[in-house]
Design a protein around this ligand. Sequence first.
Ligand code: CA
Length: 236
Amino acid sequence: MKASILLVEDEERLARFVELELLHEGYQVDKSGNGREALTKALENHYDLILLDIMLPGLNGLEVLRRLLNEKEVPVILLTARDAVMDKVSGLDAGAVDYITKPFAIEELLARIRVALKLHAGHSARESARSDENKEGILKWQELVLDDRRHQVRYAGHGISLTNREFLMLKTLLENQDIVLTRDVLLNKVCGYDYAGETNVVDVYIRYLRSKIDDVFGVKMIRTVRGVGYVIQSEA
Ligand code: CA
């Protein structure tokens, strides 16, 4: 069953264009061009994901986001204007899972939607699994074992020394095996959303991880997905 998406955008041409693309991808789409109406819809109906513009008539998108997430848990991707850095920061603070800056390539939006939906599905599944197998904070890939509570990583029993950020990046990839994570998602996780540097810092940490794990133990753990990001595949 395809996911349902609420598209909140008051620029009609953009909204129509995105709606057609989403329908083409097989998503169920509901639309609103008013913040107040969108909040009501989002509270009264179930959506798997919400695309939320910030500058909206009726009620500002950030206010919609705050009130909505007070009531229920749903992944929200913000559609923000270029240079609206404070909007992005406030939006992520308020619990949005991601943002995309207008104008955007539709392929990028679709990729982010797929990531957000999978992360959320994984998150929900993990929440229910947490009570049993993940209780110990142990993540595994082949011979690699990451112990979150002890902050230790071992490969076939050999200890691997990682910096905090390398550890966080590895943990994020291990938690989301088989899901391609974009550089932005990894950057937010590892450096925080207020990080002001370049996204290629992600590539740098991936290189460090590969030199400490892949190169040393002769495995291909972290895969590059060109133009999108990185993934650890459970069946490598
Ligand atoms: Ca707008």
